[in-house]
Unconditional design. Structure first.
Length: 336
């Protein structure tokens, strides 16, 4: 199968989606692997292409909250307020759905489903032209770093999908925040941190927002993507390191004969002597989050023994950055 990259032509990829094909699309977070969310055979192709476990639910991408409501059974009393503030944007909302309204391949067999309206005009236009909501897990091989440009998608999935809609580089760089609104009598809970932070939601809603940190057991079906399986890992092993320990870690590991790649901010890399370094655009957590997956992918192309990545404080957007980094590193951190 030829994988065609489309830039301005949306009519062709929209028709491919309507006919049951798989097409990748851009969002502000990462690229999604799109298929008609109402066509279970198309959805099965997404799992096959990614090598994704079948009990891992998919996020349904919609062009409006009105479109999502066609499938939702119970609207949380805070839902409209949240949608008005944060949609379109990097926030996924989980609702109890009308039984049978979506294939179980989408829901993982749960009675809930996750919905998002991405802040990407190209993709909203694509959904509109396709006339159906689209599933959109990250457009990469399952477990690998998520793609933040069309080239990443092509690298992983060329010949496996019908097309890629090229919307340039993603602005956020990590997947959306997932907020559970499935119980209308319960307070909202974050199942996966993202660019819409716990603090932002708490300030806007004037209430405490909980973050679910428990690890889903093998026997459980996760309510949100990213809760159960090893994620975001390149083939090269990754290790976290606190910024203040970076110089010592480099010296120690080089003394052991390790060929290292480093991913850190520009200031953190000053004066370090090692084979390959990649710097984020600046010192901000926004730059680190945007550059994490792309940096891991770029370093993974080199012949390295280990990739060292600096940590950040787990507040605000730092929660999303550290959530992804911990999984990429399988929780391994350099100990002094």
């Amino acid at each position: 199968m030829d994988t065609i990259i489309y830039k301005q032509d949306l009519a062709t990829p929209a028709q491919l989606l309507k006919s049951g094909q798989v097409v990748a699309f851009p969002t502000e977070t990462v690229y999604g692997l799109g298929a008609n969310a109402l066509d279970k055979e198309a959805v099965k192709q997404v799992f096959a292409v990614k090598g994704r476990p079948s009990d891992n639910p998919l996020i349904v991408h919609v062009e409006s909250f009105e479109q999502a409501k066609k499938y939702i059974q119970t609207i949380h009393p805070l839902a409209e307020k949240i949608v008005q503030q944060f949609w379109p944007g990097p926030l996924t909302l989980i609702f109890e759905i009308i039984p049978g309204s979506l294939p179980q391949e989408v829901t993982g067999g749960l009675t809930t489903a996750a919905f998002r309206m991405p802040n990407a005009k190209l993709t909203l236009d694509l959904i509109h032209q396709a006339g159906v909501p689209l599933v959109g897990p990250s457009a990469n091989t399952s477990g690998k770093p998520s793609p933040t440009c069309a080239g990443h998608v092509y690298h992983d999935l060329q010949g496996k999908i019908a097309g890629i809609v090229d919307g340039g580089n993603c602005q956020v760089g990590v997947e959306s925040t997932v907020l559970d609104l499935s119980n209308p009598e319960a307070a909202p809970m974050i199942l996966r941190p993202g660019a819409i932070t716990r603090e932002m939601l708490a300030d806007f809603l004037d209430m405490e927002i909980l973050l679910d940190k428990h690890l889903v057991k093998e026997s459980e079906t996760p309510k949100s993507p990213g809760m159960k399986y090893k994620h975001y890992s390149p083939n090269t092993p990754v290790m976290m390191v606190q910024p203040e320990n970076l110089a010592k870690a480099v010296a120690d590991l080089k003394a052991q004969g390790k060929k290292l790649g480093l991913l850190a901010s520009p200031k953190q890399l000053v004066g370090l002597n090692t084979e390959l370094v990649l710097a984020y655009e600046d010192e901000s957590v926004e730059a680190a989050t945007k550059g994490l997956f792309a940096g891991l992918r770029a370093l993974d192309e080199q012949d390295l023994d280990l990739i060292l990545v600096t940590t950040t404080a787990e507040t605000g957007l730092g929660q999303a950055y550290m959530n992804r980094l911990k999984k990429a590193a399988a929780q391994k951190i350099y100990e002094v």
